[in-house]
Design a protein around this ligand. Structure first.
Ligand code: C5P
Length: 229
């Protein structure tokens, strides 16, 4: 079975507070996007990779990652994934969607996700148990002190990461509704009744969102020199 990987990298990443869109911010002399694509290539699971970037950064991206296809994204993440799906074409039985914002994902996570789809699951996502106690609050109240509504049972919860893997057919079905906006592709799949399974994720698959995350990613790279074992 052949595997295509879509890398949505068209977000602005304003929460990071950097001048450039997130995927183009430097990690170790390489951008987040370059480290992410290197991880996908090193994992050895991809027959084709499509990177989706802001329209004004297409040329820059083609210089940074010359061996993969680069296309323009949309205003929402789901639109960017759909642009990637169009560019990938119909030659791949398995499609992974992997946020550029998670550049340090180990190869073992890619393999677990692909193996899960190969084993017959239409949708497979990596996830980790939640360490913190989780409380549901009433967000409409004061922002300085929100009222607690309930304590949620964390034993049945998983924090979901990427890459998320799908049969091509499942991902097409999940994205068939153009109005489908979601924070992840598995969420769209669930909405149309597709079974989603969770395999173990990895702490290194964390998403770079804040300046703190960026600092951790830079420190990990500086310390180990190499990720994606
Ligand atoms: O905003 P968030 O961190 O959830 O975005 C996750 C991933 O989706 C990032 O890699 C980001 O570049 C990408 N994205 C995109 N197109 C958008 C918004 C986000 O490709 N319009």
């Amino acid at each position: 079975m052949s595997t295509g990987v879509i890398v949505p990298a068209a977000g602005s990443g304003t929460r990071l507070g950097e001048a450039l869109p997130k995927a183009f911010v430097d990690l170790d002399g390489r951008s987040i996007l370059e480290v992410c694509v290197a991880g996908i290539v090193d994992a050895g699971i991809a027959d084709s990779v499509v990177v989706v970037v802001p329209v004004d950064l297409i040329d820059t991206a083609r210089t940074l990652v010359p061996d993969v296809t680069v296309v323009a994204g949309g205003a929402h993440r789901s639109e960017s994934v759909r642009a990637g799906l169009d560019a990938l074409g119909s030659d791949y039985d398995i499609v992974l969607v992997h946020d550029a914002a998670r550049p340090l994902v180990p190869a073992s996570v890619f393999r677990r996700v692909v193996d899960g789809v190969r084993a017959g699951h239409p949708a497979v996502v990596p996830g980790l148990p939640v360490a913190d106690t989780l409380k549901q609050v009433d967000p409409s109240g004061s922002s300085s002190a929100e009222r607690v509504v309930a304590t949620v049972d964390r034993e049945v919860l998983r924090a979901i990461q990427t890459p998320q893997g799908f049969t091509r057919e499942a991902l097409l079905r999940a994205h068939a509704d153009d109005s489908g906006l979601a924070t992840d592709d598995a969420g769209l799949a669930e909405r149309c009744g597709i079974d989603v399974h969770v395999v173990p994720g990895d702490p290194l698959a964390f998403k770079i969102t804040t300046p703190w995350d960026l600092r951790i990613a830079r420190d990990v790279l500086a310390e180990t020199g190499k990720v994606h074992p």
